[in-house]
Design a protein around this ligand. Structure first.
Ligand code: ASP
Ligand code: MG
Length: 424
């Protein structure tokens, strides 16, 4: 017998038929004798609709300002999950399964005060554990908790993944199954590379890199949390027949396991290729090379909430002038240039150059730690295709390469095949 947290995303609970299908997945695990907690998202599209209503209300009233109370935003947008948790509990009861719904405040899931983007601080799992022990399925609304002000707080878009992992950690679940509309994590985006393979396992660190680079299977924060609490997390599809052979397999269900690297026996050197579009490059030329110059550049950018990613500084020839290049999301270029312009005196540079529409392609794999020549392989393969590299950064488990946007797909395909990731 095991304790399992099952999470179902918006497309998996999109209508009553899909909810019935979810109930069948839950029934399978209950019938096998497991203790089960279920976390649900709102029906797909629902949260967007609710957000739209919130944003439109001040306009419709004719207010001068578009601003609204973030606590009321949370009161409204958290309702989508309240509906699906109640409906799923009804569906389960109708199938003679003992079940009840739980809202975040009832557990409670304690969060900080950042309404609209709250972080989970603490979950009291005792009630849920007790009920599960008595054979009751806990159907929990994802995406929501209770703030220190005793008001509903939501966790930021996509936050029900984080709810699920946090609950799995709190009840010490053996596994957290994230059911979604894809059947696992792939070596790269299968829409770009049809030869992409589904991974059986991926290490937490690698998944974190994949997720933050736009492989949008899981909310990044949920992966961080899974890594910290070592929650074995499966990504699997709710669209497969709940009673197909192997679906209830305790050790090897179909899907991708995100786990500690120690669990991965046959580690490949490279696990996946990820990419992030809409990057822009900003270069400060003939920058004075002195202590404090980086702080003078990146301090004001951080204060303006501009997310700087790759940073490349040259070593100056004579110790007086250097060049600094870094990337920001394309949407932030104008703001960044304005901020840098305002600080020109303090920073001390000659000119700013910028270029938008770039793409960052990354090669990810913990096997890189112990293998030489991984980067050289990428550079050679890209050179053969005539793809020019604009900037490079590396970490222990990642090589990121900045290139012109139109080459993105070619680069992803080239890298995917040069590391032998194409399925045969
Ligand atoms: N329903 C919320 C959203 O759309 C939370 C989630 O689906 O994870 O962002
Ligand atoms: Mg989601």
């Amino acid at each position: 017998m095991a304790r399992i947290v099952m999470k179902f995303g918006g497309t998996s609970v999109a209508d009553l038929d899909r909810i019935k299908n979810v109930a069948r997945h839950v029934k399978r695990e209950v019938d096998a004798g497991h203790e089960v907690a279920v976390v649900v998202s709102a029906m797909s599209g629902k949260t967007n609709e609710l957000v739209g209503w919130v944003q439109n209300t001040p306009k419709v009233v004719g207010a001068n300002s578009p601003f609204y109370d973030a606590r009321e935003y949370d009161a409204v947008v958290a309702s989508g999950e309240q509906v699906t948790s109640g409906l799923l509990a009804i569906a389960l009861q109708a199938m003679d399964i003992n079940a009840r719904s739980w809202q975040g405040w009832q557990i409670p899931i304690r969060t900080d005060n950042a309404h609209g983007a709250a972080r989970i601080l603490e979950i009291d799992g005792s009630d849920i554990i007790k009920r599960m022990g008595e054979g009751q399925v806990a159907v929990i609304s994802g995406f929501q908790g209770l703030g220190p002000d005793n008001r509903i707080a939501t966790l930021g878009r996509g936050g029900s993944d984080t709810s699920a992992v946090a609950i799995a950690a709190a009840v010490k679940a053996d596994r957290c199954d994230i059911y979604t509309d894809v059947d696992g994590v792939y070596t790269t985006d299968p829409r770009i590379v049809p030869q992409a393979r589904r991974l059986k396992k991926i290490a937490f660190e690698e998944m974190l890199e994949m997720a933050s680079l736009g492989a949008k299977v899981l909310q990044v924060r949920s992966v961080e949390l899974a890594m910290v609490h070592k929650v074995r997390t499966f990504v699997r599809s709710s669209f497969e027949d709940p009673d197909a052979p192997g679906m209830g397999d305790l050790l090897n269900p179909p899907g991708t396991l995100i786990c500690d690297e120690e669990e991965i026996v046959e580690q490949e050197v490279v696990t996946g290729i990820a990419y992030a579009k809409d990057e822009a490059q900003i270069s400060l030329r003939r920058l004075s090379d002195r202590p404090g110059v980086s702080a003078a550049i990146f301090g004001p950018l951080a204060e303006s909430h501009i997310n700087v990613d790759m940073i490349v500084q040259n070593i100056s020839e004579d110790g007086s002038k250097t060049d600094m290049t870094f990337t920001v999301p394309s949407g932030d270029v104008e703001k960044a240039i304005k901020v840098l312009g305002e600080n020109k005196q303090k920073i001390g540079y000659d000119v700013i150059q910028n270029e938008s529409g770039l793409v960052k392609v990354s090669v990810i794999g913990i096997g890189m730690r112990s293998h030489a020549g991984v980067a050289a392989t990428a550079f050679r393969a890209l050179a053969e295709k005539g793809i020019n590299i604009k900037a490079i950064t590396t970490s222990e488990i990642k090589i990121s390469i900045l290139i012109d946007g139109p080459y993105a797909e070619l680069a992803v395909r080239t890298l995917h095949s040069c590391y032998g990731l194409d399925k045969s």
